[in-house]
Design a protein around this ligand. Structure first.
Ligand code: SAH
Length: 400
């Protein structure tokens, strides 16, 4: 093995690294023992020369080093094949029936800066760190060996690349693929556009929750807010909902969800409306003074986009969460269920529930929490890396 450059971290930094957090910020570095090129594999030691691990260096990023192993490793074809096979084994264990899922979730799989999503026989790769971007060929070769996919697509239009000094790049890395792709989630057919869809196509992180929430749908009048392709709506319709309304501000999403409902033979029970959820809820709950809103839904799903990308905007985000919950609660029948999600890492479960309780207080409704939700197991949570946990949700029953 060729010798590696050594980077010494400041006193006090080792513990976080030893518990498994793989990021070394610029400010945590004491010194470099020799010049290091961006993208190079380095070894990290503490000020007492204790070995902490190996990782990739990038001077352009605030995260100067992304650790990949507590041991000495070689970043060759074997390394990527081993790591990706290990990641796949986790998915096969926890989502044995899934055919579309996240294969590699960056830090969750000790591959900081790499995401690989599998949509049936097409793989979508996202490299959000320089070290992974430079090793795309090795990654593609490993993926071809393991999956023999029809195509491997690069979906590198994420904002975080800019912080690593990387430009956007979208295209085909191997094989051939064009146009929409039909995939199956929990036995329902969805059409996704891998070149333009949200994330790398759709929200795989809700795959498990679609089925869990649909348990409350039998015979219900259902409202799915921020419905996108209708993930929650269609699972609810299949589970026997009386009727489902999906609301999304994107005309494309509404058209796609409507078509997907028809493909699955659920069109008679679903309709999707293009609207801003805030405005729509406001109009549905507007009444003359001394009149009461007549609640008419038995199951309401709130799955908004992240209302904040940073800590400073958290108070605004909480106001947004309170507002939609306040109005949704007015539309929920006693005994009905509110299933609500928050995908912002900066708003934790405690803050999120406090906003919901604030809304409940204003509407004088009493909520019984019946279950909690998290991201699907193909987005594994490592408690040592707080950033790996971002999606949380609750289901509440409205007391009669
Ligand atoms: N529930 C969806 C994911 C929702 S993602 C699923 O499981 O796939 C967020 C969605 O909210 C996007 O489709 C976006 O178009 C929509 N959106 C964002 N802001 C909105 C608003 N103010 N009103 C309505 N839709 C909105």
């Amino acid at each position: 093995m060729k010798p590696l450059s050594t980077i010494i971290v400041r006193p006090g930094e080792a513990d976080r690294i030893l518990t498994g957090h793989p990021w070394v910020y610029h400010g945590s570095i004491h010194h470099l023992t020799s010049p290091v090129a961006d993208g190079e594999l380095v070894q990290v030691k503490d000020h007492r020369q204790r070995f902490l691990g190996t990782g990739i260096y990038n001077s352009k990023s605030k995260i100067n080093i992304r650790l990949l192993s507590p041991e000495r490793v070689e970043l060759d074809a074997h390394f990527f094949e081993d790591r990706i096979r290990a990641a796949l084994a986790v998915r096969q264990r926890h989502l044995p029936a899934a055919t579309s899922f996240r294969v590699v979730n960056a830090e969750s799989d000790q591959l900081s800066g790499l995401i690989v999503d599998k949509y049936e026989d097409v793989l979508v790769v996202q490299t959000s760190a320089l070290g992974m971007d430079q090793r795309k060929e090795l990654i593609v070769a490993a993926l071809q060996k393991i999956f023999k996919p029809r195509a491997i697509i690069e979906r590198n239009d994420v904002a975080s690349r800019k912080f690593e000094g990387l430009a956007d790049a979208n295209g085909i890395l191997a094989g051939a693929h064009e146009g929409p792709l039909s995939i199956s989630l929990n036995g329902l057919k969805f059409t996704v556009n891998l070149a333009t869809g949200h994330k790398t196509g759709l929200y795989l992180d809700q795959q498990m929750n679609y089925e869990l929430v649909a348990r409350f749908a039998k015979g219900a009048q259902v409202l799915d807010c921020f419905s996108f392709l209708g993930g929650f709506a269609l699972h609810a319709a299949r589970a026997g909902a009386a009727h489902v309304v999906g609301i999304d501000q994107s005309a494309d999403a509404i058209a796609a969800a409507t078509a997907i409902a028809a493909t699955n033979g659920l069109a008679d029970r679903c309709n999707f409306e293009q609207a801003n959820v805030f405005d729509w809820l406001k109009s549905q709950t507007a009444v003359a003074p001394h009149e009461k809103v007549i609640p008419r839904y038995d199951l309401i799903i709130l799955d908004p986009p992240s209302f904040t990308r940073n800590r400073a905007a958290v108070p605004d985000a909480l106001r947004g969460y309170k507002e939609i919950h306040l109005r949704a609660l007015k539309l929920l029948r006693p005994g009905g269920v509110l299933a609500t999600f928050c995908c912002s890492h900066h708003v934790d479960a405690g803050l999120f529930e406090a906003a919901i309780m604030d809304a409940a207080k204003d509407t004088r409704r009493l909520l019984r929490r019946i279950t909690s939700y998290s991201q699907s197991p193909d987005h594994p949570i490592l408690p040592a890396i707080a950033e790996t946990e971002y999606l949380k949700g609750f289901a509440y029953e409205l007391a009669r």
